[in-house]
Design a protein around this ligand. Sequence first.
Ligand code: AMP
Length: 434
Amino acid sequence: MRFTDFDLDNKIQNALVDCSYLKPTPIQEKSISHILQGRDVLGLAQTGTGKTAAFVLPILQQIIEEPKTLETGSVRSVILVPNRELCQQIVLEIQKFSKYINVSSLGVFGRVENDVIIEGVKNGIDIIVATPGKLLSCIDEKLFNLSSLDYFVLDEVDRMLDIDSIYELKRIVRMLPRKKQSLFFSATITDKVTEIIDELLDNPVRVEISRDSVSLDNISQDLYYVSKDNKFRVLLSILKKREVKSAIIFINSRKSADNLVRYLNNNEVHSEALHAQKSDVHRDKVINNISFKDTKFLIATDLGSRGLDIDDVSAVVNFDLPTNAEVYVHRIGRCGRAGKKGLSYSLCSPEEKHFLNNIEEFLGKKLIVQKHEFHLEKARHVTGSAAKPQYKKKKDMKNKTVSKTVFEVNVNDLLKNKNANKKKNRKSSLTKVK
Ligand code: AMP
């Protein structure tokens, strides 16, 4: 199948040629015609499958087919995403696809100033890409309204269901006009997601890109059994492999991320850390360095890496195994994007074997064990409590009977930092098109 089969406007087709998009990815192939027919769509697909173009292209096509005069503050489409990085990326994609057409769009997230938003919606606006909290605060401040909304997209919904986002999502869904087209994209469906689907979608077409086509087909999945202490050395040898040209290295806590950067830098491997405690300026600098290839290796926590779309990351390393099996798929999906080959390496110490078992059960297959200098056969056979992280008691905790796993403590730290950062970063930059 080719993009010309969709009957998209020539100006959109020309923009696609400029982007070197020659043929649609499976999610694009399966969704675009339904969306063009006006159907609600429930898309199950990971990041990296090309789902942005799957919803942006048919929305652009419909906007130019049915031009409307918009009043001040009215919005034709809203694309809701979990974080500002994704927001900026989607605005950039819209910008590329609408190069030859007259469609206005605006990124609305934490740091964007009210003045910029007011200016952006002065003549109405075709597309707003926003984070839920910022969208709500703009509506509360009456900067714009959703009463003439035609298209509503929820993207990466399963990544919005933490903290207070679920409440924000439900509030937004309830303020939408009845007559609209809704598109919903998520990698997984949970009970919380189902509630929103029921409220939002009207007889949707369900489009699913199987997990296999994302994580199993074009990404190798190697497994290294190793002690916790030897992980550093194993990582070093992986990063020195000729085929590992650039990598995202996932780690479960920000403190360990900073330690790892120090270790690698001491061993002449330049890397940078990206976690939720880093400032927006630092995050922008790191992402910029990665995109322009000054930094080949990025050490990231799951929260810190949300919304990252860096082209051409050749490998993903799970320095720590994720405690949640679905997160494994999200992580390794950072390489092998849009059909390219990807490499993934997972380091498993004895106390992580339980998480490995869950991942392999979730995938329905075993990762490929690679023997190496520091191979630890014991990690393969460990069971019971030895296959789980040890419970740590907080030193200064008054109630000595309460204990938390290392993982819980780290996640709470990250969430605290995320909220602190949110408050700090109220100023913002904008990306506006036409
Ligand atoms: P997404 O899942 O939308 O974040 O897209 C992942 C990556 O695939 C991005 O870098 C896109 O630019 C790229 N991409 C999306 N669709 C296509 C296509 N049809 N052909 C080539 N690259 C694509």
